[in-house]
Design a protein around this ligand. Structure first.
Ligand code: UD1
Length: 418
């Protein structure tokens, strides 16, 4: 297993290019199940979650080709056994995204129930409620959910919690349904819009993606297309925080600043300078960092996927910051590790109170989930002395060569075998 070693103290200076968004690629890969012919996806990052999804699609019977760096071609002729097994779903919950398209095109799907994960219970009841409303027969046995429908029918579906993959799954199911499906309280995330745009290019009729009400008119057939993945707003956000907290001066190329308003507002409040220029977005940090309060909420609110990283920054701010996590019930696992570096944080339920300290000190740390891993790397960049982050397989799920990108910006960081 690999680990990451960091010697803290260097300012980050230079340019970094933001990769394609993991959370946009996965639903696009699932969408390829709907089409007879090759779907081409470009700007695909090299990540473990994407490899896991490739294995799942191959298992289902899809042909997958990597044609050059960042380009994937996927073709689905038939799916003899539309089943997503436990071994794959347990390593990546987003595997559940095959449910909608398999049901829609092959009339049946059997997917292992994801169960809880490190950051919360994360049920899929809303995905299943929506499919039932469209006329699917849903049954659960031996840890698997089986959905069947000869022909899905359009329906009005209200989701009482905003769910990103739930909205995507139902959109994927509804494109071939008979009549109109209306998704109410739909997720507004840019990745949902990216999927809707791709499906529309394939011939689907989807209106309102990016708003709370999405209308999908069912169509008989979709045609294969080439789609480009939008840039990863969470990777971009992580580098923005990295620059801000190291007193850096970093130009982010291909940075989707328009998707990062809630983060930019907070970084500016904390004292960072963020400007758009011809080549990208420049983030300049300065000390002392001012403490800011954060509350995670669904897009366009402050992303839960940036909560751990901003907390790392607040550990060295001047003053007190209250960080409230409203999306997932157990997303403070990084707190224990940050405290081992000298951070002053107390947690009460969904609130963390961070009192800024003068400095963090490097320590051996254990990554617990994807974004928590990123926060430990950020903390290591500003800590005095050496930090060692183990279990970085979490990091490789969602960050493409993060240590190489940080090294080019001047960080003293390397990946070593444990
Ligand atoms: C997606 C993202 C993940 C991000 C999260 C929230 C992907 C592949 N992953 O995850 O990176 O952290 O959005 O922005 O895009 N819920 C229910 N019932 C359901 C579905 C969800 O109660 O049927 C709840 C969840 O437990 C959670 C909340 O809704 O509390 C939001 O979860 P959701 O938006 O579904 O997260 P994911 O789509 O799994």
């Amino acid at each position: 297993m690999d680990k990451i070693l960091i010697e803290g103290g260097n300012r980050l200076v230079g340019e970094v290019t933001v990769s394609g968004a993991k959370n946009a690629v996965l639903p696009l890969m699932a969408a390829s199940l709907l089409v007879d012919g090759w779907t081409t996806i470009t700007n695909v990052p090299n990540l473990r979650d994407i490899d896991t999804f490739k294995v799942l699609l191959s298992h289902l019977g899809c042909d997958i080709e990597s044609v050059g760096p960042g380009t994937l071609r996927i073709r689905t002729v038939n799916v003899p056994s539309p089943e997503a097994p436990y071994e794959m779903v347990k390593t990546m919950r987003a595997s559940v995204l095959v449910l909608g398209p398999l049901l829609s095109r092959f009339k049946k799907a059997r997917v292992s129930l994801p169960g809880g994960c490190a950051i919360g219970a994360r049920p899929i009841d809303l995905h299943l409620m929506g499919l039932k409303k469209m006329g699917a027969d849903v049954s659960i046995d031996h840890g698997y959910v089986t959905v069947k429908a000869e022909k899905l029918k359009g329906a009005k579906i209200y989701m009482d919690t905003t769910t990103v993959t739930g909205t995507e799954n139902l959109m994927l199911a509804a494109v071939h349904a008979e009549g109109t499906t209306v998704l109410e309280n739909a997720a507004l995330e840019p990745e949902v819009v990216c999927l809707a745009d791709a499906l529309n290019a394939m011939g689907a009729v989807i209106k309102g993606a990016g708003t709370e009400t999405i209308r999908i008119e069912g169509v008989r057939e979709l045609k294969p297309v080439e789609v480009r993945v939008i840039p990863d707003r969470i990777e971009a956000g992580t580098f923005m925080v990295a620059s801000a907290m190291t007193r850096g001066n970093v130009l982010l190329k291909d940075c989707p600043l328009g998707y990062l308003e809630s983060l930019s507002v907070k970084l500016r409040e904390a004292g960072a300078e963020i400007t758009e220029e011809a080549g990208g977005v420049r983030v300049i940090g300065d000390w002392p960092i001012r403490s800011v309060d954060i509350k995670t909420i669904p897009y366009p609110g402050f992303p839960t996927d940036m909560q751990a990283q901003i907390m790392a920054m607040m550990t060295i701010a001047s003053g007190l910051s209250v960080i409230t996590e409203t999306v997932f019930e157990n997303r403070f696992m990084h707190v224990g590790e940050l405290k081992r570096m000298g951070a002053d944080i107390s947690v009460d339920g969904r609130c963390a109170v961070v009192r800024g300290v003068k400095h963090l000190s490097g320590a051996p740390l254990m990554a617990t989930d994807l974004r928590a891993s990123a926060s430990l790397i950020l903390a290591g960049l500003v800590a005095e002395g050496k930090t060692e982050v183990s279990r970085i397989y979490h990091l490789d799920r969602g960050y493409e060569r993060i240590e190489e990108k940080l090294k080019r910006l001047g960080a003293k960081i390397e990946r070593v075998k444990e």
